[in-house]
Design a protein around this ligand. Structure first.
Ligand code: GAR
Length: 200
């Protein structure tokens, strides 16, 4: 069976493209990228998705409560028969009704080794803290902030002369490899979950 995937973005969309490329190259054989949704009309990622011929939807967050916004997104996802949802730089917490509508079927990527440095500016938080190693995490989404069960992580070194930009670029290169790999494992259902421990 092919799993229909939706990707939610708010901005640049480079992780969305990495997933789209991996699917196009046949690296996630049982996946089909069915829909990209942005909560901002001007998200750059939308242009890239258009160029690839991927169906896009803009569901603006502005002027809507989180519940009303999420209800509209859930409706679109159901109308498109979506099985898995990948958040890729989607900068809004999901409401409980959204999470409950897709149990263990919403993934997110975050630019740190969670549980360290959740929330915004994870790379800056890592530099400010002075850690020597950071990285990226793919996890299931729950009601908390970057707090769901961890699916996969990759480490990257923090170098003495790193700036937020150089560190972000090093992490991003790993995000683009990690996210497709993690999605494939989840789609293949090659995992066991005990409490919040996932064994792939
Ligand atoms: C990525 O680094 C992603 O990990 C991060 O935003 C960037 C989006 O880039 N997400 C978060 O910080 C979520 N807490 P992209 O739009 O080019 O994929």
């Amino acid at each position: 069976m092919t799993s229909r995937i939706a990707i939610l973005i708010s901005g640049r969309g480079s992780n969305m493209l990495a997933l789209a490329d991996a699917i196009e190259r046949g690296e996630i054989p049982r996946a089909e990228l069915a829909l990209v949704i942005s909560d901002h009309a001007h998200a750059h990622g939308l242009t890239h998705a258009h160029t690839r011929g991927i169906e896009t939807l803009v569901i603006e967050r502005e002027g809507r409560t989180r519940d009303a916004h999420d209800t509209e997104i859930i409706r679109a996802l159901e109308a498109h028969d979506i099985h898995f949802i990948c958040l890729a730089g989607y900068m809004r917490l999901l409401s409980p009704s959204f999470i409950n509508a897709f149990p263990n079927r919403i993934l997110n990527i975050h630019p740190s080794l969670l549980p360290a440095f959740p929330g915004l500016h994870a790379q800056r938080q890592a530099l400010d803290y002075g850690v020597k190693v950071t990285g990226c995490t793919v996890h299931f989404v729950d009601e908390g902030l970057d707090s769901g069960a961890i699916i996969a992580q990759t480490c990257v070194p923090v170098l003495d002369d790193d700036t937020e930009e150089t560190l972000s670029a090093r992490i991003l290169a790993e995000e683009h490899k990690l996210y497709p790999r993690a999605l494939k494992q989840i789609i293949d259902a090659k995992f066991e979950m005990q409490d919040r421990r996932i064994r792939l």
